[in-house]
Design a protein around this ligand. Structure first.
Ligand code: DQA
Length: 152
């Protein structure tokens, strides 16, 4: 049996605080809840996930680089690095894996500095404003892109 494709799910700074961080913006679900949702969605598509979070930009860059040859796609919520990180954009462009950008909140209903994303240029698409469900939609999009068969 060939090994199931693995999706790297990257979470940037302050996402470890989900559940208590500005719940009126980000909801009451914790990052562990997001991971459980991703795990269930991935199983539905016959995918494996590698779910990670870091507050450090360099960790995120390293993990994107290491995904080459190991993972088949990336889901990325880069948190505030979305709006600042050319390094993360360059890493995503370098590995050339299909990537879906996710944000819990609707960036376009928020401050203007959140309207620009460096990540979008390297992503096949962007999902924002659906809370944690956005991660499941991102996995759906990657599964469709990778031609995965759904499990009954
Ligand atoms: C976020 C939106 C970013 O602007 C913010 O810095 C975050 C979370 C989101 O998921 O809505 O940390 O990426």
């Amino acid at each position: 049996m060939p090994q199931s494709p693995c999706i790297l799910i990257l979470n940037g700074p302050n996402l470890n605080l989900l559940g208590t961080r500005e719940p009126e913006v980000y909801g009451r679900d914790t990052l562990a809840d997001v991971e459980a949702l991703c795990q269930a969605r991935a199983e539905h598509h016959g995918l494996l996930i590698d779910f990670r979070q870091s507050n450090r930009e360099g960790d995120l860059v390293d993990w994107v680089q290491e995904a080459r040859g190991r993972c088949s796609g990336i889901v990325v919520n880069a948190g505030a690095y979305t709006h600042t990180s050319v390094a993360l954009l360059d890493a995503l462009l370098a590995v050339q894996l299909p990537a879906v950008e996710v944000h819990l909140s609707n960036l376009f209903k928020r401050e203007e500095f959140r309207h620009h994303s460096y990540i979008s240029q390297a992503a096949i698409g962007l999902i924002c404003g659906f809370g944690k469900d956005g991660y499941a939609y991102a996995l759906d999009a990657l599964a469709s892109c990778l031609g995965c068969k759904e499990e009954a």
